[in-house]
Ligand binder design. Sequence first.
Ligand code: UTP
Length: 296
Amino acid sequence: MQVKKAIFPVAGLGTRFLPATKSSPKEMLPLIDKPLVHYVVEEAIASGIEQVLFVTGRGKRAIEDYFDIAFELEALLHDKGKDAELVQMRKIAEMVKIFYVRQKQAMGLGHAILCGREFVGNEPFAVLLGDDIIDADRPCLSQLLDVYHKYQGTVLALEQVPMENISSYGCVKANQITEEAFEVLDMVEKPKREDAPSNLAIIGRYVLTPDIFPILERQQPGKGGEIQLTDAIRKLLTVDAVYGCRFEGTRHDCGDKFGFLKATVDMALKRGEFNGKFKAFLRQRLCECEETLSVR
Ligand code: UTP
């Protein structure tokens, strides 16, 4: 069955990025000139997704406004003859069919996905987290969907991370089947380095089936008092096969300040409009830093 629906859980509080996220959603932080969520919606569309559900919460209105028609702005752009900008604004409002549901309390990622049960119905669906921006020749979700179509089961995006960072992620014990596909044997949320079964971390892209919903419904709060998706998938493992896809591409953790900074630099270096200027600026700053260090 084709995967046409995607859930975007955006109801988290974004505490790692305070104070920027105090009154504005993390997903609206701009990477150069587009909010994070725009990149992720583009990835979903490029992977064949036709309907998107945002699971929102308090203070997330800016996301709804972003994907809506902005009449006043459009009228102003029209009056000023800014036709290219006008077309660009209208394109954003018409990108994809979008639905919204509120998660009344931030009770965890698993709970946020449960809020999408009616939207999903009885179809397989994708989940994309707005913090993970994945720069890839083939959209990351497309790569996961290939694995899904081959093995017909739940698929998690996997990335090999340095062992010293593994305790920041969900981590899997897995058997490699092909270059990119793994069969997941077990998984653990944010393990201590010495307890981690591998350096394969779970990244914010999933292909799930509706079988996850009855498990999520019964799922008790886990780490951080939240209903964790990882815990529910772990239960699913006892009755169903779960697969991993080690995707090709560069992932940026934009929910983290340093990750966001690196993503901005990487993206700016790729953008033709200021590539030369930006490189020259970085070189100059690097020289200044080295001079300061040698003086010390
Ligand atoms: P995170 O673990 O990154 O939490 O959530 P967060 O609140 O967004 O950010 P920090 O860690 O406090 O800085 C992973 C994803 O799950 C969503 C978030 O919006 C994010 O996309 N989420 C999390 C919900 O939608 N609801 C929740 O109750 C929790």
